[in-house]
Design a protein around this ligand. Structure first.
Ligand SMILES: *Cc1c(COP(=O)(O)O)cnc(C)c1O
Length: 362
């Protein structure tokens, strides 16, 4: 597989090679059906097994019981920004938001078009380089829910604690760090993630919802916008993105075979530690965007002393088979997205480049 590069793209992102190979093997003839998964009915026995298995594996990996339900929806994480307030923000209530990046801001803005919102905390004044500490989160009295973004893909920050909201439902956008480490998922009432970072290809969004919250969803909604519709039909209200769901199932099996979230989490720690070590030991050549306490294990963001050095760094990376490292325009510099599918070797190669490049140009 010498023509495969180390893919640091932020999303769509790298998939495990084994998963791609297995999909390739099954592409023309899925389990003796004589058809591709893409060609079978979403009402068929074959697809039913796939979607049921995906739901079961996701709950298992998250350590959740059947107090929770898994949904496979479309429209990306961005669709959830609207769907959540439509379902869970009644007129007489306010939804609380902690704004830790652009996606968190988008989620808040979308909810503000639908109902009353309040910003419980924001790190915008620090250009989203930090995560607010518990004392800095100031919700309204009795909010409908509190919304957080557990990993800030663009800025490279990640929550290192779960805010205690008591009886108030905690809702999280986990698009870029779902299944990246063991986490007490029972603290959340609803979690969602676009699959294209840590779970599979683009085109499907995973929602994990506590049934207790589902009960409280608004009734007077268009069917397609209602979580109840999708829950009652087992995500088969209309045609689901069936191939993407199949790929998610394959990725979940891979995560389980890696040893589950404990093993995955340890590897992600080791991978990110390699890059942060190269950054911290560069004598100030690299400047990390995130403050140390809130560094992400999924997206590592940093700047070089000059923009032309950043350009040269990216070129050198490409010549060493490392792609997708350009930072987002709102931060600039370099962003290494190192989701579950990025092997340790990719981070070793990048850390090596960082050290050599700093020595040569520092
Ligand atoms: C990528 C991303 C999104 C946007 O996801 P879409 O599926 O493109 O709508 C939202 N939130 C976070 C945290 C992301 O990383």
């Amino acid at each position: 597989m010498s023509n495969r590069v180390f893919n640091f793209n932020p999303g769509p992102a790298a998939l495990p090679l084994e998963v791609l190979q297995n999909a390739q093997n099954e592409l023309l003839n899925y389990q003796d059906s004589g058809m591709s998964v893409m060609e079978v009915s979403h009402r068929s026995r074959e697809f039913e097994e796939i979607i049921n298995q995906a739901e079961k594996l996701l709950l298992e990996l998250c350590g959740l019981s059947d107090d929770y339900q898994v949904l496979f929806l479309q429209g990306g994480a961005s669709f959830q920004f609207a769907m959540i307030p439509f379902n869970f923000l009644p007129r007489d209530k306010t939804a609380d938001f902690v704004i830790t990046g652009s996606f968190a801001e988008k989620a808040w803005k979308e909810a503000s078009r639908i109902g009353q919102t309040h910003i419980a905390a924001s790190s915008k004044d620090h250009n989203y380089s930090t995560i607010p500490t518990p004392e800095h989160i100031q919700p309204v009295t009795n909010p409908a829910y509190l919304h957080i973004t557990t990993n800030n893909t663009i800025y490279g920050t990640q929550w290192n604690y779960i805010p205690d909201t008591g009886a108030v439902p905690l809702i999280a956008d986990m698009s870029s760090d779902i299944l990246s480490k063991p986490l007490d998922m029972e603290k959340f009432s609803l979690v969602y993630a676009g699959a294209q970072k840590n779970l599979g290809p683009s085109g499907v969004t995973v929602v994990i919802i506590k049934k207790e919250l589902l009960e409280k969803a608004q009734e007077d909604l268009p069917a397609i916008l209602s979580y109840k519709t999708h829950a009652e039909t087992g995500s088969l209200y209309n045609t689901p993105p069936s191939f993407a769901v199949y790929m998610v199932k394959e990725v979940l099996e891979w995560v389980k075979n890696q040893g589950g979230l404990k093993a995955i989490g340890e590897r992600n720690e080791a991978k990110s530690a390699l890059l942060y070590k190269a950054l911290d030991e560069s004598g100030g050549f690299y400047r990390g965007h995130a403050v140390k306490e809130d560094r992400s294990i999924m997206n590592v963001t940093f700047r070089l002393p000059e923009e032309n050095l950043e350009k040269a760094f990216l070129e050198e990376a490409v010549s060493r088979q490392m792609v997708g490292l350009k930072g987002h325009r709102s931060v600039g510099g370099i962003r290494a997205s190192i989701y579950n599918a990025m092997p340790l070797e990719g981070c070793q190669a990048l850390a090596e480049l960082m050290t050599e490049f700093a020595q040569k140009n520092g």
